[in-house]
Design a protein around this ligand. Structure first.
Ligand SMILES: Cc1cc2nc3c(=O)[nH]c(=O)nc-3n(C[C@H](O)[C@H](O)[C@H](O)COP(=O)(O)O)c2cc1C
Length: 326
């Protein structure tokens, strides 16, 4: 398997974890890295909130000890984005990514995220400003386009490259599609055929075999995986293994899933404290136990879990269910 390079940065493999608000926090990234992910991405971070010293936002920038790590910023103004990018680099960011794909109304209303795909001139100014402000590679994450009436990812990626971007990630859906339907990988191939910077393909990679197929069908340099990793950090190990050997690894056992959920919880406790860890673990535990016997009942009980002890006990009870009566 080829090494994966973005600007001056070299990764062992081309498997990349996706930025996911509310999910790809430090605990998630630690597990993704342990599972062999070549590069991990933070959740999107508001440039304004960072610059104005919002404490919660600051915590999203806890990237100490992580390498290589990409910090994703969102915003719409070169001045604040450059300041936020410098702060991220001071904290140890190895890459800065600018979010130009988020479809959420709250973000696009403020001209950030995917709204920038409607305004290529502003987008180009932002990329050039951030590239000029930091000494690490700068990348952009885009969608297929805003809609058919605006420049598509091909045109947009060309502009990003001309403005100094070191790589581009393409999620093959229009803004209005959010996550519906099937991601269009042909747009990833078209972008790859057009630009000379590395292209990371994204959208609907659910298995190691999908990762192989995306690389083969689009020629992209890296594969970004998001939703498949919810409650399933093994997807990164599977993708790396499949790319190396062409073999599909067996899925984790129920015991392994429960062990991983407990470890995820311990990391959340370490990084976020009891209150937040318990609240956030509810959704992770539901994902880890999806499809397991006792999972549905467990999800009901999870909502009542109000302490680390209760959370652990509920998660462990799922393993017992696998061997006991229904
Ligand atoms: C809950 C959730 C949060 C997300 N947050 C972000 C984000 O902060 N920044 C971003 O660029 N994309 C975000 N995305 C989009 C993912 O990075 C990715 O582009 C998308 O999920 C498609 O990849 P997948 O099919 O592998 O999930 C998010 C997606 C989900 C499901």
């Amino acid at each position: 398997m080829k090494l994966f390079e973005i600007g001056s940065l070299t990764m062992d493999n081309p498997v990349v974890s996706a930025p996911m608000a509310g999910i790809s926090d430090k605990a998630f990234r630690v597990l993704a890295r342990e599972m062999g992910c070549g590069l991990v991405w933070t959740e999107m971070i508001s440039d304004q909130a960072l610059v104005f010293g919002n404490r919660k936002t600051e915590q999203l920038l806890n990237i100490e000890g992580e390498y290589p790590v990409c910090v994703q910023l969102f915003g719409s103004k070169p001045e604040t984005l450059t300041r936020a990018a410098r702060m991220a680099v001071e904290r140890g960011a190895d890459l800065i990514d600018i979010n130009m794909g988020c479809p959420t109304p709250k973000i696009v209303k403020n001209c950030g995220g995917a709204a920038l795909m409607k305004d290529p001139e502003s987008a180009a100014r932002i990329v050039a400003a951030v590239v000029g402000a930091v000494g690490v590679p700068v990348t952009v994450k885009i969608r297929k386009g805003w809609d058919e009436d605006y420049p598509d990812a091909v045109e947009f990626a060309r502009l990003a490259e001309a403005s100094g971007a070191s790589a581009v990630t393409v999620h093959g859906r229009f803004r209005g599609e959010f996550f519906s339907g099937q991601a269009d990988w042909s747009i990833i191939r078209k972008v790859k055929e057009t630009v000379n910077i590395p292209v990371i393909g994204n959208g609907d990679v659910w298995t190691g075999a999908d990762a192989r197929r995306m690389l083969d069908e689009t020629g992209c340099d890296g594969v970004m995986i998001g939703r498949a990793a919810r409650g399933n950090p093994w997807i990164y190990r599977d993708a790396v293994h499949f790319l190396r050997t062409g073999e599909q690894l067996p899925p984790p056992t129920p015991e392994e899933r429960v062990e991983m959920a407990l470890r995820h919880f311990d990391l959340l406790l370490e990084f976020k404290g009891e209150h937040t860890a318990v609240l956030e673990m509810r959704k992770h535990a539901a994902w880890y136990t999806r499809g397991m016997r006792g999972g549905a009942r467990l999800r009901e009980r999870l909502h009542a879990a109000d302490s680390p002890g209760a959370m652990r006990e509920i998660i462990r009870s799922v393993v017992l269910k696998q061997s006991g009566p229904d």
